[in-house]
Write a protein that binds this ligand. Structure first.
Ligand code: ADP
Length: 398
């Protein structure tokens, strides 16, 4: 059985076709510049490629290009879309409504659209993607929504509320929702599996460190707390995002520089974080190279990021009254052994011990703590597309 996984953005469309018999990716690709010009780059698992520039005024033409790539191009992997059992969509914001993945009915589609107020950059684009899928593949092909927020819906009220006047929660739903939930769910389940225990019996901390970064405390098998908040801006510093800071710093700067809320949003989301501090790049590899060459601001960005990650991990150990296992994932988490060592060495007082040799391994599933460590520490590569495909299969099998 084959599942088609879609991540629709406002001007882009990422996709993977996954064979669920062996959970292998058959092909993946990306449509870009939708609404402007239009281009597709597509690759099959055996290395064949297909690229084309073709007009994509809307997401519908992008899906038509994808169908061509999958079924007719020199990198085709299937004869017809009839071979595909269902389509799974990544949806950023499920609000308090969606506690898990669901079949996309007209009612669910309306609810996803209505949640656009909480995720204006994402949900409206997902809705365009779903509607274009209906246009291209018809209503018979089941479509499933998998939400970035649903794994975090188990957070208790005292964890997800902000200490603002209560009316803003009641009127607008302002609270912590979290993000990266598909990854945190996938990695925490895998962590319990490799340790060989029921996840209900473990206290786990998952550090998803990529361009966007978040850390989640998983207790009794479910999310207890997570670093991202009302939006993915919260938590600790990321490629271009600030993470947590004193809101008065923003009102102060806004008054000094005569900035609008939209300006503040742009600065905090796109111009801050590792990029804003280092002035070099949002990419940790560039920043590490600059720091090694003696760039003070690059070194400062690295030091700040590591320190903030450590503080979150420490606070979640306190929040859960202990920790049994920690996982690192995402481009940075899977590759940056120095960062992992910094965090783990600073948890040495709790009996965390790192095997320095194993910690040099990159991008692979590996236990990096020693056998004497009181806490198991693993690198677990994340796979959000596979998690979406698994959920899609589960929902259509019901
Ligand atoms: P996204 O959140 O966009 O999916 P990724 O998970 O791919 O991002 O992570 C991107 C980050 O991972 C970048 O900061 C990049 O520098 C970092 N990264 C990727 N490979 C390595 C590596 N070998 N060593 C250190 N950092 C790496």
């Amino acid at each position: 059985m084959k599942i088609f996984v879609v991540n629709a953005g406002s001007s882009s469309l990422k996709y993977q076709l996954i064979d669920m018999e062996n959970e292998q990716v058959l092909a993946k690709g990306l449509c870009e510049r939708i609404g402007v010009t239009g281009a597709i780059s597509h690759k099959s698992a055996d290395g064949r490629t297909y690229t084309a520039e073709t007009p994509m005024p809307t997401h519908s033409e992008a899906f038509e290009a994808v169908v061509y790539a999958l079924t007719k191009s020199e990198a085709k992997v299937i004869d017809s879309f009839d071979e595909i059992a269902a389509i799974g969509h990544r949806i950023v914001q499920g609000g308090s409504i969606f506690k898990g993945s669901c079949l996309i009915t007209p009612e669910a589609l309306q609810q996803i659209d209505d949640l656009g107020a909480l995720a204006p950059l994402h949900n409206p684009a997902h809705v365009l993607g779903i509607k274009a899928c209906i246009k291209t593949f018809g209503t018979e092909k089941p479509q499933v929504a998998v939400f970035d927020t649903s794994f975090h819906q188990t957070m208790p009220e005292h964890v997800y509320m902000y200490a603002l006047p209560y009316e803003y929660y009641e009127k607008y739903g302002v609270r912590k929702y979290g993000a990266h939930g598909t990854s945190h769910g996938f990695v925490s389940s895998r962590l319990a599996e490799v340790i060989g225990k029921d996840k209900k019996d473990l206290k786990m901390i998952v550090c998803h460190l990529g361009n966007g970064c978040s850390i989640t405390a998983v207790k009794d098998g479910v999310c207890y707390d997570t670093s991202m908040g009302f939006t993915p801006l919260d938590g600790f510093m990321m490629g271009t995002r600030t993470g947590t800071l004193d809101p008065s710093a923003l009102t102060f700067i806004a008054e000094k520089e005569n900035l609008t809320p939209a300006d503040i949003n742009r600065i905090c989301n796109k111009e801050s974080g590792m990029l804003g501090i280092s002035g070099v790049s949002n990419d940790n590899r560039d920043i590490a190279a600059a720091a090694a060459a003696g760039n003070h601001r690059a070194k400062l960005a690295t030091d700040m990021q590591r320190y903030q990650i450590l503080k979150f991990v420490g606070s979640y150990i306190a929040a859960m009254n202990g920790v049994d296992a920690i996982a690192f994932t995402g481009g940075i988490g899977e590759n940056d052994g120095e960062l992992r060592k910094y965090v783990c060495d600073n948890l040495g007082y709790m009996g965390v011990k790192i095997d320095d040799e194993k910690n040099t391994l990159r991008g692979t599933e590996v236990k990096i703590s020693t056998d004497h460590s009181k806490v198991d520490v693993y690198v677990i590569p994340t796979n959000e597309e596979l998690a979406i495909a698994r959920d899609t299969l589960k929902i259509i099998s019901k």
